[in-house]
Design a protein around this ligand. Structure first.
Ligand code: PLP
Length: 289
């Protein structure tokens, strides 16, 4: 059982410890590319088709050539095979514009271990800081070059926000727009519960459409929940009956503290974790085009 796996889109299994990129790869010098992160569990990658659909949408937003999805499917199957079925893995699909000096796009799949931080967040929940994102919910529609709904390789500010939060002892962040609306986490979707209604901010507000939140909504709406998209304010987080950061690898991290304020226990906590678990196992049966 190897500790990391690397498969390139030509379906070659490579040495994950050997160098792969050229020094002028536009992923490296510009963050000019897109990626996806998927959970590998029980010897398969979860929600493959929703992730491929989003990869294509992100690539289109950047004007990147859209790859043959069957090449991605085969590469990720090979990567899963190499990883094995014994333990969970965090898979990345990476697509960059390629070398500045020209040539093909750079495309590869990696799998690595799920970190202790993620296991802690699943088990214990997280404390979060709300932080200004610095843009309005209108920006996405009026400035498509901002790439707000695309999962680009430019995650430096997301990681900086997490480091900033850590200096205040917080595990994670919820971004807030310039008019004070809840947006998303740097690597997750915000979902809150009000009795049997789940609410999340609409993707049109300049956030990434979450594949896990969408899968949760599909499953939860069949189990008696109303599932809605709505503008949320930080006060809605405080008065909710549960707040979660939802994402592919962590799945459901219950928010236990916001800006230092402890939230009461969520009556739906176990049910939401079970629903997300079911959702990620069953989602994505249909092929992306
Ligand atoms: N929002 C951002 C900014 C993210 O980076 C992620 C995770 O990658 C998400 C939301 C959640 O998306 P998903 O559930 O598809 O992992």
């Amino acid at each position: 059982m190897s500790d990391r796996v690397l498969v390139t889109l030509d379906h070659e299994v490579r040495d994950a410890d050997a160098p792969l990129l050229h020094a002028d790869d536009l992923a490296v010098v510009r963050g000019d590319g897109v990626f996806e992160t998927l959970l590998v569990r029980g010897g398969r990658a979860l929600k493959v088709e929703p992730h491929l659909t989003r990869l294509v949408a992100s690539a289109r937003a950047l004007g990147l050539p859209v790859q043959d999805l069957d090449d991605w499917r085969l590469a990720l199957e090979l990567a899963v095979e190499e990883w094995g079925s014994e333990r969970e893995g965090a898979m990345r699909l990476v697509l960059s514009r390629g070398r500045e000096s020209g040539g093909d796009a750079t495309a590869f799949v990696t799998v690595g271990p799920v970190s202790d931080r993620i296991l802690d967040a699943r088990r214990d929940g997280v404390s979060v800081l709300t932080l200004a994102r610095g843009y309005s919910v209108d920006l996405s529609a009026s400035a498509p070059w901002q790439l707000l709904g695309a999962k680009t390789l430019s995650y430096a500010t997301n990681m900086a926000a997490l480091r900033y939060a850590a200096t205040f002892g917080a595990d994670d962040v919820i971004f807030v727009s310039s008019e004070g609306n809840v947006l998303e986490g740097p690597r997750s979707t915000v979902v809150i519960a009000r009795e049997k209604t789940l609410l999340t901010p609409p993707p049109e507000h300049g956030i990434l459409p979450g594949t896990t939140q969408q899968a949760l909504y599909e499953v939860a709406s069949g189990k008696g929940f109303r599932c809605e998209y709505a503008a949320l304010r930080p006060a809605d987080l405080i008065t909710a009956e549960g707040v979660w950061l939802i994402s592919s690898i962590t799945m459901a991290a219950r928010v236990r503290k916001i800006d230092g304020l402890a939230l009461p226990d969520a009556p739906l906590a176990d049910e939401i974790v079970e629903l997300v678990d079911l959702a990620v196992e069953t989602s994505g049966a249909e092929s992306a085009e």
